[in-house]
Design a protein around this ligand. Structure first.
Ligand code: NDP
Length: 308
């Protein structure tokens, strides 16, 4: 079996190659663009492939995303009948959940304010909130969104979730697509954990912010494409939103001169909510390639019509 890794510029490619080899010493692993005999390639693992990359493989069967998100694949031309899979990983869910929990706790306990105040020898105190007083809304209540919601709930937060289809998660009220307004007007902290699709692009905009309770807090760990950046600045200026923690951006790395860097109400992190670990992802990819060879359904297959 052979797999080609397509992810130009990625620094940890040698780790992915050695992890594939470790789990299956017989597998041939090549790295684009130095790979050979493209007619023989059926399996690709990729993150941010070049626009025309897949067209170079006439016998391609499965494209495995090296991340949970797949817009980097679905925005490219995918040859007919080629299947796409994505990362679903309990470690990723765990890491993301704790990242979001930290951000929500930082927000309700004013930790960023005290970091700033310390630099100014400033002893001012501000009343904090308790988790049980706060409702956190998870926009995109899917695989990762539910893990985040359950961890927040364990930590005494009230949690609600929004998704296309109704979810049955104990103690968490699930709202569907048409109930967005009812969901938003309760979300004092809004966590965006949506996939990037044509329907979700720029969903975090002025109209949505105005449906949140006054002074709501925004956490975007979905994708930068979800956020209308100008609308966010206006909502912060008008105090419709009290602040925002952003892990993902329209352009990454965030450009040096971007206004978000120095905005007093915005906390910027470098797309680090969770980082895919080849140790846990590669065995799942190999299992899927084997399943394909044996004519079985793939696990974690992307619905290309829905785009996630
Ligand atoms: P899932 O597919 O499991 O969940 C997505 C959820 O969003 C589903 O519940 C889905 O509803 C809902 N949804 C999608 N489109 C709509 C819509 N138009 N209206 C209402 N609900 C919608 O994905 P994951 O939870 O695994 O991942 C989500 C995203 O998180 C990824 O696509 C990626 O972009 C991002 N991500 C970010 C990371 C980071 O480090 N910042 C790391 C990992 C992922 P339904 O269930 O009904 O279909």
């Amino acid at each position: 079996m052979k797999v080609v890794i397509i992810s130009p510029g990625r620094k940890d490619i040698p780790v992915w190659v050695s992890t594939f080899k470790k789990h299956n010493p017989d597998i041939e692993v090549e790295v684009y663009p130095d790979d050979t005999n493209r007619e023989a390639t059926e399996f690709i693992a990729t993150w941010n492939p070049p626009q025309d990359a897949f067209e170079k493989y006439p016998n391609l069967k499965v494209i495995a995303s090296m991340a949970a998100g797949v817009k980097h694949i679905t925005s490219k031309k995918i040859p007919e009948n080629v299947k796409v899979t994505r990362v679903k990983d309990e470690y990723l869910n765990y890491d993301l959940s704790y990242f979001v929990l930290s951000l929500v706790l930082n927000h309700i306990k004013h930790i960023p304010l005290y970091f700033k105040n310390q630099l100014e020898n400033n002893w001012n105190r501000k009343m904090y909130h308790r988790p049980e007083d706060i409702t956190v809304g998870i926009l995109g209540f899917g695989n990762i969104g539910q893990a985040i919601g359950q961890l927040l709930q364990k930590n005494d937060f009230n949690v609600i979730g929004w998704s296309r289809s109704k979810k049955d998660v104990e103690g968490i009220k699930s709202y569907t697509e048409k109930e967005l307004g009812n969901f938003l007007n309760k979300a004092e902290v809004l966590v965006c954990m949506l996939p990037h699709t044509p329907e979700t692009e720029n969903i975090l905009n002025a109209e949505l912010f105005h449906q949140l309770p006054k002074n709501a807090y925004l956490i975007n760990v979905g994708r930068g494409a979800h956020l209308n950046e100008k609308d966010l600045i206006s909502a912060l200026d008008s105090e419709q939103l009290s602040g925002a923690a952003l892990d993902v951006f329209k352009e990454e790395p965030l450009p040096e001169n971007h206004p978000f860097w120095n905005h007093p109400k915005i906390f910027v992190t470098p797309h680090t909510a969770s980082i895919t670990n080849p140790k846990t992802i590669v065995p799942k990819m190999l299992e899927n390639f084997k399943r394909f060879k044996n004519g079985k359904d793939l696990k974690d297959e992307v619905n290309l019509e829905k785009g996630y």
